[in-house]
Design a protein around this ligand. Sequence first.
Ligand code: UDX
Length: 481
Amino acid sequence: ILMAKMEHQSSPTPHVLIFPLPVQGHVTPMLHLAELLCLAHLQTIPDDWPPQNRPRPQASNVNIMKILKAMVEGMAPRAEPLIRELLFGTTETDKVTCFIIDGWLSFAYDLAKEAEVPVIAFRCSSACGNWSYFCIPQLIEAGEVPFKDMYALILTGNKYAYVQKLHYSENEEMDRIVCNVLGMESFLRYRDLPSFCRGKDKSSCDDLRQYFMREVQQTKQAQFLILNTFEDLEGPILSQIRSQCSQVYPIGPLHAHLKYRLGKEETPLSNNSSSSLWEVDKSCTSWLDLKPDKSVIYVSFGSTTTFTADQLMELWAGLVQSKKYFLWVVRPNIIASSLDGPIPEDLLEGTKKRGYKVKWAPQDEVLAHRAIGGFLTHSGWNSTLESIIAGVPMLCWPYFSDQQVNSRFVSQVWGIGLDMKDTCDRSIVEKMINEVMDEKKEELCRSMDNISQAAKRSIAEGGSSYSNLNHLIDEIQAMSK
Ligand code: UDX
């Protein structure tokens, strides 16, 4: 839980209480937002929650969303007293002006309502991902969701099952176009919908859908909605969201926006505090220094993706067979089960020759390195935006949640990457790495350059995200009067 004091503005000083889901992909943009709001008289308030008792995503190939939902439910009773104290127990001068709440944490809305503190929703994923969540009621009503079960296959990652399934009509079923997500009717396939729209375990997927419908309802009640995106990238989808939420502020890409504003500050208040929940291994940058320009594929799947042993071996073999240099982030908990048997000699040899593994990389720095030519990613929204700012084309292997939608936009709408979803076969991994790094490199880089430039324009003075943030700050200032 964070408290941001926007002290660079004239008095009275607004105090913004910020509440992120404790997952890397949410903590990072929330901290960037906090720093942007106050540049950067930021206080973190310890939540008095012993590390061993914190619910955290476990290595699991079952359903990470169920785990995250359970985490939120476990967190609510612990966080509530502290939030209450901050919202109700403050003196007049320290009064909370507004409460910025993560899109997963709607239990906090009720507390804000009780304390009569205005709420600003911050949903950390893309506009396109969020809009697909907004459309769940229409999808259910039209009978488009839930649909047939491919979920088990995707998550078990059993390559033989994949191959078999490819010959069945069920696979074609997954390629059918979805009709009830307005603005995406010409290209969104069933397989591109958020993972919980698929459902072997019917009751738990129903439960998740209900959960997200409730969260969306709360978002609509918020006074403002902040999104980490920019008008030129997601304008048409932002218009759809604006049809349901009155005041939407796209102010991203936040990581670059923060850097831009800090660069402009004469005396930066922030000492570039790290938002990383993991220990960063910087040794990989010296390895990259020795490699030719655009010759390395960076491989990272964010903070929550897990693989089965089978999937990991397919991916690894594909990386080695591609004969490209690769820098691979292998988190200690990235694999959900143990590997059976010894690792084949050719994989070890190929990795020694061309690979470098770390547990957690300085991703922003890595993507900006001249040696990086492609990014094999899970399409988490922060990773996608970081890749856009760095101008690096992507190969997407989405895992859950908004990632399925993001990867469709990356490949089909923006043309800045390829989408490998629902497959995990070494020959496909090899082929698609080569496409991103060689055969399709030029066309992907051309689109990426355009979008990357647009992203940089949006956060620079006069750009849409820059102006939107100024308006938001004015609104928050006005609330404190
Ligand atoms: C989650 C969801 O997965 C994602 O779909 C949603 O949009 C946001 O929340 P996560 O899975 O962690 O996030 O992925 P992502 O959004 O890409 O965020 C990961 C962050 O960790 C990025 O900022 C990335 O730079 C950072 N990272 C990742 C590192 O700093 N080092 C690494 O080695 C890997």
